[in-house]
Design a protein around this ligand. Structure first.
Ligand code: PEP
Ligand code: MG
Length: 551
């Protein structure tokens, strides 16, 4: 048995086979082949496997996100069988005597270029789909990456590090746990792991080679340990732990459908944080009362070009409709820092966390914000959408946002496009916003405290730097006092305040937050029921009295 220690991102136990995750972005080399017939066969078999993967993905997606959203996987199956596409690949293999990988990559490039040059919006968007199916084919041909995860059974994924965009593309049903050699506890990848509700570790110094690939292992997410080829005693202990966790999870399920109301009658809003439509199944399963933070930047991160208004509209409408009248707070894009997107063509910065990110990009390039706001306003006609702006530091920013929103509404009015009036809120995640929260509260409909960034900026600790993890302390009295101050200022102005940073899910603080008067907690879907249990067992009045008495 080999034991490696890492840092726990999400608790829970996973037992299964390890799969070492090889990075996407397939390297394709041109290789001269003699037996072209054999290459054509390899290509045809890869097409068959890719189609089977897509069929499974379609069936799974229909269940999780509905038929309309799953349709893309049907389109991909049809594209794989496109006669021109197939002919071009087979022709290239036979006439140039090249390997299947090269022919697939070349043909896909040619087709993608052809689609990109088309006038019609719909056809232009097909360029990304060609790229997608060619990557799938290449994965199958290489026997690596995403395709591997689709075909192998559920596995413990081990990787050097995972970018947020890679994490969102993991097939949740195929991931028992993930463990990375690098990565920080506060990175967006870690946040996604919590959203997926699976045991995960970062900073585990594992060798990423055959010495662990395919080996049986147990991950103890609670204590941050992975056991490779665990001995009998360890395996038994881990199995017992897993059974206890399952029993607890079943108990928590008895809380489904119950109100988030304290013993002394205070109603708390318990919402979910999501990064994409894929998380909606977990939102519904865990009985969230609404969405408190939809990190819309993931729509941008999953693309290799700006998502169009139509694409965004379809996603926002779908979330609003799925939540069927419950509140959905969608945050405008928070690109920058660790969430980088090549096509934004942002200059390299010395200090990206303090650089051009989030609302700063939107205000310096208002076209981007306008497109997103148009999509959001249009989607507001289909549910209860609220819009939230990240990284606010000043009243001037709010005024500029309002001007842009007014222009968007005017355009929609002129075009006769209907919309509702979404609530307008801001994230409080900079010390500046905390200090002027009394003034900001007069300008907006709600606050949501982003404790991840607030901790970073208040304590001057880079949340991405794993060497600083011991200094990154969201329990620091400075952070807790800031939260309390924001709630007080919000209530004075008659608006509500939530917490949507990771601290909101810290059950050791739930009672304290309730005592401060926090109105809403927005957490990873898997944390909703444990918090509901605490809320329902708390008497806020009695707890405040206890605090005042100093016990
Ligand atoms: C936060 O900063 O707490 C937050 C919720 O936003 P993000 O983690 O996406 O920066
Ligand atoms: Mg933030």
């Amino acid at each position: 048995m080999k034991v490696f220690h890492g840092k726990s991102v999400f608790s829970g136990t996973a037992i299964g086979i390890i799969q070492v995750y090889k990075k996407g972005g397939q390297q394709v080399r041109r290789i001269q082949v003699e037996d072209t017939g054999c290459e054509v066969n390899r290509y045809r078999q890869a097409t068959q496997t890719a189609k089977e993967q897509l069929k499974k993905l379609y069936e799974k997606s229909v269940k999780e996100v509905g038929e309309a959203n799953a349709a893309i996987f049907e389109i991909h199956q049809v594209m794989l069988e496109d006669v021109d596409f197939q002919d071009s690949i087979e022709n290239m293999i036979c006439t140039q005597s090249v390997n299947a990988e090269y022919a697939v990559a070349q043909t896909a490039d040619n087709f993608a270029q052809m689609f990109s040059a088309m006038e019609d919006d719909y056809m232009r968007e097909r360029a990304a789909d060609v790229k997608d199916i060619s990557e799938r084919l290449l994965s199958v041909l290489h026997g690596t990456g995403k395709a591997n995860m689709d075909t192998a059974g559920p596995a413990i994924i081990i990787a050097d590090d995972l970018a947020p965009s890679e994490t969102v593309q993991l097939d949740k049903d195929m991931v028992l746990s993930f463990v990375t050699v690098h990565g920080s506890l506060n990175s967006h990848t870690a946040i996604l792991a919590r959203t997926m509700g699976i045991p995960a570790l970062v900073c585990a110094p594992l060798p990423l080679d055959d010495s662990i690939d395919g080996k049986y292992a147990a991950v103890d997410g609670t204590n941050g340990v992975i056991y490779i080829e665990p001995d009998k005693e360890t395996l038994e202990r881990m199995r017992k732990k897993q059974e206890e966790e399952q029993k607890r999870a079943e108990l928590l399920l008895t809380l489904k459908g119950k109100e988030n109301i304290t013993l002394d009658g205070h109603k708390i809003m318990l919402y979910a944080n999501i990064g994409s439509m894929k998380d909606m199944a977990a939102v519904l399963e865990n009985d969230a009362e609404g969405i408190g933070l939809f990190r819309s930047e993931f729509i941008y991160l999953q693309n290799d070009r700006f998502p169009t208004e139509e694409e965004q509209f379809a996603i926002y409408r779908s979330v609003a409709q799925t939540m069927a009248g419950k509140r959905v707070i969608i945050r405008t894009l928070d690109i920058g820092a660790d969430k980088s997107c090549d096509y934004f063509q942002l200059d390299k910065e010395e200090n990206p966390a303090m650089g051009l990110r989030a609302i700063r990009i939107c205000l310096t390039r208002p076209r981007i914000l306008k497109t997103q706001l148009r999509a959001l306003y249009r989607a507001s006609a289909f549910g209860k959408i609220a819009i939230m702006y990240p990284m606010i530091t000043s009243l001037t920013e709010i005024r500029k946002i309002k001007e842009i929103a007014a222009q968007v509404k005017e355009e929609l009015d002129t075009q006769g496009i209907r919309y509702n009036e979404p609530e307008q809120g801001i994230m409080i995640e900079t010390p500046a916003a905390v200090m002027i929260s009394d003034l900001l509260a007069e300008e907006v409909d709600f606050f949501s405290i982003g404790t991840n960034d607030l901790t970073q900026y208040a304590l001057a600790v880079d949340r991405q730097n794993m060497a600083l993890d011991e200094f990154y302390d969201p329990h620091h009295p400075a952070v807790l006092r800031m939260i309390s101050m924001v709630v007080e200022n919000a209530h004075k102005a008659g608006i509500r305040t939530g917490i949507c940073g990771e601290l909101g899910a810290d059950t050791s603080l739930t009672k304290e937050f309730l005592a401060m008067g926090v109105d809403e907690l927005s957490v990873s879907p898997g944390s909703i029921l444990p918090i509901r249990q605490i809320v329902r067992n708390t008497d806020i009045g009695a707890y405040r009295a206890k605090l005042e008495a100093g016990c």
